[in-house]
Design a protein around this ligand. Structure first.
Ligand code: ADP
Ligand code: SF4
Length: 690
C-alpha cells in the first residue's frame, strides 16, 4: 500500500551538522541491558531498528572512563581500542540498513557508585544522591571535583569521542541529563561551587559548553555533536533574564550542539508508565527549545500515532520524532507508516517492563515484542518467521495474552489453528485488568493481536467454548497448547516470606472474584504481597468506587516491585489522592467479626483494622487441571492422533503479561523445530576484551 500523504513530512531528510538523517524517525539512546560482553546481541538489537526504517539508531549509555561505573546496572564502555571494536559491530549493523548511528557518551558523576572499579566517585560539590530504594543505594560518597578533575573529564570526553568516531558513529553525544555529571553542574543543589563553574547560570552551564567544544574538536567535523539535556527542573526555576533557567541554558548554548535531544530529569517522569502519563507528556517542558536554536530538536513521548508525530513537527515542537519504547515494541514502526500499514503498528503499551529489565541487569524484554533481545541469540525476527514444515492442526485452549500470541505466530507459520476461549471475548486477564485505573493502554496487547489474527484465514477462534479433556480428545488436533491461565489464591503470608495458610471465610476475595463481579462491602482491606501492580491498582479502583480502603503489605512500600517499572512514585501519589490508608511492614494474620488482625512483620505486635471485605493479592497458581487430566490419558491421546500437549503462559508458570506473551511466542516458533536448532546462543566479549 502507498504511504498516506498526510505522513510525508515524517519522511523528509534532516540535516544534523555534517550528517543527514534519511527521515525524522530517531531511535534515541536507551539502556537495553546489553553491555560490551554482549556485542552481537547489541548489534542485532540496534540493527533491527535500522532495518525497520529508523533514520537514526543510537546506543545505550556508554561510559567514557572507569571513573564512571554503574555496576551492577548494565552499562557499556568505550574505554579502549577493544571497546571500539565491540561497538563497531553495532555501527556496521546500523549502517547496513542506511541509518545513522549515534552514541551516548556518559559520565555518571555522583549518581554512580563505582562498585566494580572501586575508583572514588566525584560530583561538583561532593553532593550525593541519597536514593530511598535499595537497588539505587550505595555506601560511596563522591569527592568534590577540583580543577584537575574538570580538565580530566574534558580530556576523557575528547578521547571517548575520538574512539566513537573510530568505531563508526555518526552522532556523538554530550549527556547532561538524568542526574549524571554534567547535569549535576546545572543545578544549585548539586553545584555549590564558587569558581567559574558555579553560581550564575552562565557559570553552571560552562562545563556543558566545554564538553561540547572538546567533542566538536575530537570528531573534527566528521560526526555531529548532540547535546542530551534534562530540562524539567530547570524549566521550573524562575530566571531574572528569561522565562525560566531552562530558557537561559538553551539560549546560552544555542547553536553550539548540532542537535538538541531534550528530556525529563528522572526515569519515572522521562519514561512514565502509561498508567499515569499519556502520549506526548514531555511537551509542556520542552516545547520552547526550538524557538531558541536553529539546530534540530529531538524528543520523546511514547509516540505511536503518526498523526501525533506529524503534529509535533507541524507545530514546531520537534524536528525528529524520538522513540525508545515505541522502537522496542515495534522496530518496524517507520516502515509500516511508509508502506501505508500504520494499522499494523505493534504499539507500546507503556508497561515499562523494558525499563525493569535494565534495573534487573539483563537484556531488554518487551511485553508487546517478545523478539526484543532475541534477534541474535534465538534468531527471532519481529516480523518474520520460518514457515512450518507441515500444515498440521493445532488447538490452542485459552485466548489470553499467551494463547493469542501463540495462535498468531502458529498461524503465520502456516499451521491450521483453532482457538477455544471459554469467555465470550478474547483477552484473558486483560478483559478485566484494562478496566482498572490507567490500564486501558494495556488493551493494545489484545487489540494488536486481534487485528493481526483477523488477517489469517488459517486461524479460527471459537468464543464461549470452555473445553473439557473429553472435548479436546474429540477434536483430535495434532498439537494442543494449553493457555488456560492462572488463578489467585486465598493464601496468607508467613514470617518466612512464603505464601501459606489458606483463609477461606465469607468476605475473603481475590482479584478473580472481583473480575467475576463479586460484590464488595466496605470497609475494604487490600492485602498485597504480590508486590506488582495488581494490589495497588485494585486499592485505587475500589477507593475511587466509593469504598473506604486500607492497603496492607508486608513490604516497605506499596506495590514494592513497581520501583523497577518506574511506577512506584505515582502509585503512592495515586493511593494517597484516592484516600487509601497505607499499612506497610504488616501481615494479615486473621479476619473475623468485621476486622482483620495485622501483625508487624518484624515485631509481631498486633493491631486491628475494621474490614468487611478482604481482597488478597498474593500467590497465583496455574490452571493446569486439563493438563493433569490429559496426562493420565496417554493411550487416548495417541488414539486421537494428538502428538503433544503443552502448557504455555500462566498455565505453565504464572507471571507478568510479558512472560505469558514470550511463552506463547516461543511455543509457536519452536513447534516441530529440530531440537539441535533450539540452542540459546551465548554471547561473549570479542577476543581481546576482558
Ligand atoms: P495467559 O496470561 O497465560 O494468557 P490468561 O489468564 O490471561 O492467561 O488467559 C487464559 C484464558 O484461558 C482465559 O481467557 C480463560 O477464559 C481461558 N480458559 C481457561 N480454561 C479454559 C478452557 N478449559 N477452555 C477454553 N478457555 C479456557
Ligand atoms: Fe512498551 Fe512495555 Fe514493550 Fe516497554 S515493555 S516497549 S513499555 S510494551
Amino acid at each position: 500500500m502507498p504511504r498516506n500523504p498526510r505522513y510525508d513530512p515524517l519522511f523528509e531528510p534532516v540535516r544534523i551538522g555534517p550528517v543527514t538523517a534519511s527521515n525524522r524517525f530517531y531511535a534515541v539512546p536507551h539502556a537495553a541491558g546489553m553491555t560490551n560482553s554482549m556485542p552481537h546481541m547489541r548489534a542485532a538489537f540496534r540493527g533491527m531498528k535500522a532495518a525497520g526504517g529508523w533514520g537514526v539508531v543510537c546506543s545505550g549509555y556508554v561510559s567514557i572512563d572507569p571513573g564512571s561505573d554503574d555496576a551492577p546496572l548494565p552499562y557499556a564502555t568505550l574505554w579502549d581500542d577493544d571497546d571500539v571494536r565491540s561497538h563497531a559491530l553495532m555501527t556496521d549493523a546500523v549502517h547496513g540498513h542506511g541509518a545513522l548511528a549515534g552514541i551516548e557518551l556518559w559520565h555518571g558523576g555522583g549518581s554512580v557508585m563505582n562498585r566494580l572499579t572501586r575508583l572514588p566517585t566525584m560530583s561538583p560539590s561532593g553532593t550525593s544522591w541519597m536514593a530511598t530504594h535499595v537497588n539505587f543505594m550505595g555506601n560511596q560518597r563522591p569527592r568534590v571535583m577540583d580543577t584537575h578533575d574538570i580538565r580530566a573529564l574534558l580530556a576523557q570526553q575528547g578521547a571517548a569521542a575520538r574512539r566513537a568516531r573510530q568505531a563508526g558513529f555518526d552522532i556523538v553525544y554530550v549527556y547532561a541529563g538524568m542526574g549524571y555529571l554534567p547535569y549535576e553542574f546545572l543545578l544549585p543543589e548539586w553545584n555549590q561551587r564558587s569558581d567559574a563553574y558555579g553560581g550564575s547560570v552562565a557559570n553552571r552551564v560552562r562545563i556543558v559548553r566545554e564538553l561540547l567544544e572538546v567533542t566538536h574538536e575530537a570528531v573534527g567535523g566528521r560526526c555531529a555533536v548532540a547535546l542530551r539535556i534534562s530540562l524539567e527542573e530547570l524549566r521550573a526555576r524562575p530566571s531574572d533574564t528569561a522565562p525560566s533557567e531552562a530558557h537561559e541554558v538553551v539560549g546560552l548554548l544555542g547553536d553550539l550542539p548540532d542537535l538538541w535531544d531534550v528530556k525529563m530529569d528522572s526515569s519515572p517522569t522521562d519514561c512514565p508508565p502509561s498508567r499515569f502519563a499519556a502520549e506526548g507528556s514531555h511537551e509542556p517542558v520542552i516545547d520552547f527549545v526550538k524557538k531558541l536554536t536553529s539546530k534540530p530538536v529531538v524528543g520523546v513521548g511514547r509516540f505511536t500515532s503518526p498523526d501525533t508525530m506529524v503534529s509535533q513537527v507541524r507545530r514546531g515542537v520537534l524536528d525528529l520524532i524520538g522513540a525508545a519504547r515505541p522502537s522496542i515494541a515495534d522496530p518496524f514502526l517507520p516502515l509500516k507508516i511508509d508502506e501505508g500499514r500504520e494499522s499494523e503498528i505493534r504499539e507500546c503499551i507503556g508497561c515499562n517492563i523494558c525499563i525493569s529489565s535494565w534495573h534487573d541487569g539483563v537484556p531488554v524484554r518487551c511485553t508487546q515484542n517478545p523478539t526484543a533481545g532475541e534477534e541474535w541469540r534465538r534468531g527471532w525476527h519481529p516480523e518474520r518467521t520460518p514457515k512450518a514444515a507441515s500444515a498440521a492442526s493445532v488447538l490452542v485452549v485459552g485466548a489470553g495474552p499467551a494463547g493469542l500470541e501463540c495462535a498468531l505466530w502458529l498461524g503465520r507459520r502456516g499451521y491450521a489453528v483453532s482457538v477455544a476461549e471459554a469467555a465470550d471475548d478474547i483477552g484473558g486477564r486483560l478483559r478485566f485488568e484494562t478496566r482498572l485505573p490507567g490500564l486501558g493502554a494495556w488493551g493494545r496487547v489484545v487489540d494488536w493481536r486481534r487485528g493481526q489474527l483477523e488477517r489469517l484465514t488459517n486461524v479460527n477462534i471459537y468464543r464461549g467454548n470452555r473445553l473439557s479433556a473429553d472435548e479436546i480428545l474429540e477434536l483430535g488436533c495434532a498439537h494442543v497448547a494449553l493457555a488456560t491461565g492462572s488463578r489467585w489464591a486465598r493464601l496468607l503470608y508467613s514470617p518466612l516470606e512464603l505464601a501459606t495458610g489458606m483463609l477461606e471465610a465469607p468476605g475473603v476475595l481475590t482479584p478473580d472474584d472481583l473480575a467475576a463481579g463479586a460484590a464488595v462491602a466496605g470497609p475494604v482491606v487490600v492485602y498485597d504481597f504480590d508486590n506488582y501492580y495488581m494490589g495497588g491498582v485494585l486499592a485505587e479502583h475500589l477507593a475511587r468506587g466509593g469504598h473506604a480502603v486500607s492497603y496492607v503489605t508486608p513490604a516497605g512500600h506499596a506495590s514494592a516491585w513497581t520501583i523497577m517499572s518506574n511506577e512506584q512514585p505515582q502509585v503512592h501519589r495515586a493511593l494517597f489522592s484516592a484516600g487509601v490508608a497505607l499499612h506497610t511492614l504488616s501481615r494479615v494474620t486473621a479476619f473475623a467479626e468485621g476486622a482483620v488482625t495485622l501483625a508487624n512483620q518484624f515485631t509481631n505486635e498486633e493491631r486491628q483494622l475494621p474490614c468487611r471485605s478482604l481482597v488478597i493479592v498474593g500467590a497465583r497458581f496455574a490452571n493446569d487441571a486439563l493438563h493433569r487430566e490429559l496426562g493420565t490419558r496417554a493411550g487416548e491421546l495417541a488414539a486421537a492422533g494428538i502428538r503433544s500437549v503443552t502448557r504455555i503462559g500462566d498455565a505453565l508458570a504464572p507471571g507478568a503479561i510479558v512472560h505469558a506473551v514470550y511463552s506463547g511466542h516461543r511455543y509457536a516458533r519452536e513447534l516441530d523445530a529440530d531440537p539441535a536448532q533450539l540452542t540459546l546462543r551465548r554471547d561473549a566479549p570479542l577476543p581481546g576484551q576482558s
